[in-house]
Write a protein of this length. Structure first.
Length: 312
């Protein structure tokens, strides 16, 4: 790295400890939440490498900013409209962990459907006989997928391999999709035995799964969410679980993370994991590689690899 090397901001907890991977090619400014770069460097900074959150205050402090390159697949903590108004491009690591997330979604669905966590506890607590209750087979049951993107499609294929009948719903038709599209979300929920949330983590989808959708899912239906916590009305979900209005829920994502443990005390028929669906060693390597490549392409004047919004 030389004095003429481009200046790069590494922002936020996802970029902590990553300095060594970048400093051979860039002059690094490492910032934690709420921090701003030294004023004498602000005019030289064209790129922020971050996780899924960059505050507008940091964006506004950098007049030469041209790219926010996310390590994450999502960007819920980034104001896309604000970036667009400034002509700033955004890239993510979208798609690199789709198969890992799909595997985890199916694992959650199977664990919930077959009552595996409760059965494990029963064996350990001496309840062998009491826990040996016949359960319904998953074969032939209905799997509804909200959102048939890369992750939703991978989940659909895996559940179809379990001989489930699969349908999906999303706001836009997908000609050539191998699964039938429901007329609307309520119809999909009513039809489903297992309803999987794999929709886009966009602000307009907040509380997409609300009390009405949960009521349509019904007392035998089960919900799986591996997308983003804010897509599900968590209070409505907990109320439905406590009332037995739905059969169960398996969640890898929550409205607030970390989710307060006391919130789930006594909530029945749940399987909970701490947002780890896409958190594999292989995915981490691929996500880092993709982020580095997007930054390299920017400074080389080449087309970005995975632009979400590229006005340049």
């Amino acid at each position: 790295m030389t004095a003429a090397a481009p200046v790069l901001v590494l922002y936020g907890p996802m970029m902590a400890g990553q300095r060594a991977a970048w400093e051979a090619d860039y002059r690094i400014v490492q910032l934690a939440g709420g921090e701003l770069p030294p004023a004498e460097l602000a005019d030289a900074i064209e790129v922020i490498a971050s996780g899924d959150t960059v505050p507008n205050a940091l964006i506004d402090a950098l007049p030469a900013l041209r790219l926010v390159a996310c390590f994450s697949t999502g960007y819920t903590g980034i104001d896309l409209a604000h970036l667009a108004s400034r002509g700033i491009a955004l890239t993510t690591a979208g798609g690199v962990n789709a198969h890992d997330v799909a595997d985890h979604a199916v694992a959650l669905a199977l664990a919930l459907w077959h009552g595996i966590p409760a059965a494990d506890r029963s064996v350990r607590e001496g309840g062998w006989r009491e826990s040996r209750v016949p359960r319904a087979s998953l074969r032939g049951k209905h799997a509804g997928i909200i959102g048939l993107g890369r992750i939703g499609g991978a989940i659909a294929g895996r559940l179809a391999a379990h001989e489930m009948e699969v349908r999906w719903w999303g706001p836009h038709a997908k000609p050539g999709a191998p699964f039938a599209r429901a007329a609307n979300l309520a119809d999909l929920a009513q039809w489903s035995d297992v309803l999987v949330v794999a929709s886009r983590a966009a602000p307009e989808n907040r509380h997409q799964v609300d009390a009405a959708v949960l009521a349509a899912l019904g007392p035998t239906g089960m919900l799986v969410n591996i997308s983003r916590g804010f897509l599900v009305d968590e209070e409505a979900l907990i109320s439905a679980l406590r009332a037995g209005a739905i059969g169960g829920a398996a969640l890898d994502v929550f409205e607030k993370e970390p989710s307060p443990p006391e919130k789930w005390d006594g909530v029945p028929n749940t399987v909970l994991t701490p947002h780890i669906a896409g958190y594999t060693q292989e995915a981490g390597i691929d996500m880092r590689r993709q982020q580095h490549e997007n930054v390299r392409r920017h400074f080389a004047g080449e087309p970005l690899l995975t632009p979400v919004h590229d006005p340049l």
